[in-house]
Design a protein around this ligand. Structure first.
Ligand code: HEC
Length: 174
């Protein structure tokens, strides 16, 4: 009987040993091309730097969050951002809310709809020396977008800011 159980439980042991490696490899694969940026752990719990709304084709509403290093630099106005700064930009469909409007005399409420994408900027002045010290990634439903032209567009646009801004558009909203 014991032998029988051992035979059945052995694959479980093997799975327990292998699974963390499989998960680690899968996580490593879920990174942006060119930069190898992946979604940072716990980014959804980071503090708010500011919010923004883009009309036009994007028609989204976005929250810009930062890890502790980035938030400190934003608050103190430190430029360039120190290595280890990570900024996350979470975008959602910008939609009117008939549900909320029901309590107002006229339609006026706009809210976040479905998530569109998450963009990440990571500061590492050595690793990303060719792109002003910033590495970039874009994620849809948690999956890293693998389009190289898309990832090349990030710095191509952010570099239009002068160096004193360290290629970051957002300002801290107190
Ligand atoms: C055509 C210009 C343009 C392109 C391309 C672009 N960005 Fe931005 N990005 C902006 C502007 C403008 C803002 C600030 C306003 C806003 O969020 O709408 C911004 C904000 C951000 C922020 C918040 C921090 C900051 O710099 O203000 C992050 C993070 C970010 N972009 C990452 C990316 C990534 C990653 C890509 C590529 C996948 C990318 N951006 C492509 C113009 C651009």
């Amino acid at each position: 009987m014991r032998k029988y159980i051992a035979k059945w439980t052995r694959p479980l042991g093997v799975a327990a040993i292998c699974l963390p490696f499989v998960v680690a490899v899968a996580a490593a694969d879920n990174a942006s091309p060119i930069y190898g940026v992946s979604l940072p752990d716990g980014y959804r719990d980071w503090r708010v730097i500011t919010v923004a709304h883009e009309a036009g084709k994007n028609n989204d509403i976005r929250a810009i969050l930062g890890n502790d290093i980035a938030v400190k630099a934003f608050r103190e106005g430190t430029r360039p951002f120190p290595d280890g700064s990570v900024i996350a930009r979470l975008a959602y469909v910008y939609k009117s809310s008939p549900e909320n409007d029901a309590v107002f005399p006229a339609p006026q409420s706009f809210v976040a709809g479905d998530p569109t994408n998450v963009q990440i900027s990571v500061k590492d002045s050595k690793k990303y020396a060719d792109t002003g010290g910033w590495g970039y990634g874009q994620f849809e439903n948690g999956i890293a977008n693998q389009s190289e032209p898309l990832l090349k567009s990030c710095f191509a646009c952010h570099t239009k800011l002068d160096r004193s801004k360290d290629f970051v558009f957002s300002h801290y909203s107190p």
